[in-house]
Design a protein around this ligand. Structure first.
Ligand code: DGL
Length: 266
């Protein structure tokens, strides 16, 4: 069991930021990644739709003998965690929200925390709920930024279009007084630099991928689920092949890529 792969999924390339952070911490692990590019963006879908996609993907990852499931998508983490757990039964399931909310709440000392994410994530209000469950006095200001994930997925990064869209969202008055910002979408680390440049050091942009990877590493160690063989193999699946997925997967996982299109949804 311990040498079985880690199953990771997202709607597209965003979860690769989590997979990459995990690979850096745990170089011996095999990864099976599913990018549901055929249904992107998840953030615009209903709860029922996101739950149903997440269950199908979890079933697929379990059939591939994954020892654990990582929901590397905030939108699915916010509305489909229970659905995934029902399918995964007795293997550990990780989401990308709780480790970040816990860390921010534990270190809270009066700052104004901004949260940006998809409509699904922001409407669920999950960051505010999880942070306030630990630290009821925390100040949290959330804003849905639905254009960002499709923009990133289409490869509009580090150019005038992306800088304009980012500036438009970040200048929203809801975020006027923040001093910390949670990137509550796994696609957003790909525009981390542009967000930091926008704020010119005035706001701490929180690195969610590393916090999540640290948490997963600690838990797998505790459960004796770390791979003890150094021969790794990563396998990527998408529900709809896109050039941008192929390029991003190559960028993060430099070795020869095993990338396949599969249709789980017929
Ligand atoms: N990467 C996903 C997230 O973290 C969502 C992007 C989308 O499909 O809307 O929410």
């Amino acid at each position: 069991m311990q040498n079985n792969p880690i199953g990771i999924f997202d709607s597209g390339i965003g979860g690769l930021t989590i997979a990459h952070a995990l690979k850096k911490k745990l170089p011996n692990e095999n990864i099976i990644y599913f990018g549901d590019t055929g249904h992107l963006p998840y953030g615009e879908k209903s709860e029922i739709a996101i739950q149903s996609f997440s269950k199908k993907i979890t079933q697929f990852l379990i059939e591939k003998k994954c020892k654990t499931i990582v929901i590397a998508c905030n939108s699915a983490s916010s509305v489909a965690l229970q659905s995934v757990k029902e399918i995964a039964k007795n293997i550990p399931v990780f989401n990308v929200i709780t480790p970040v909310a816990n860390k921010v709440a534990q270190q809270y000392s009066g700052f104004n925390i901004g949260v940006i994410g998809t409509k699904a994530t922001i409407q669920s209000n999950i960051y505010e709920r999880e942070i306030k469950a630990i630290c009821p006095t925390a100040q949290v200001f959330s804003l849905a930024t639905p254009l960002l994930a499709p923009m990133i997925e289409e490869g509009f990064v580090n150019e005038d279009i992306s800088r304009t869209v980012i500036a438009n969202y970040l200048s929203n008055k809801k975020l006027a007084n923040i001093d910390h910002l949670i990137l509550a979408c796994t696609h957003y680390p790909l525009i981390h630099k542009e967000i930091k440049d926008y704020y010119k050091e005035e706001v701490v942009v929180i690195d969610s991928a590393n916090i999540v990877a640290e948490h997963i590493t600690k838990e797998l160690k505790k459960d004796n689920l770390l791979n003890d063989s150094a021969k790794t193999e990563h396998h990527f699946y998408v529900s709809n092949y896109t050039k941008s997925f192929g390029e991003s997967a190559k960028f993060f996982f430099r070795e020869d890529l095993k990338l396949e299109e599969v249709n789980l949804f017929i």
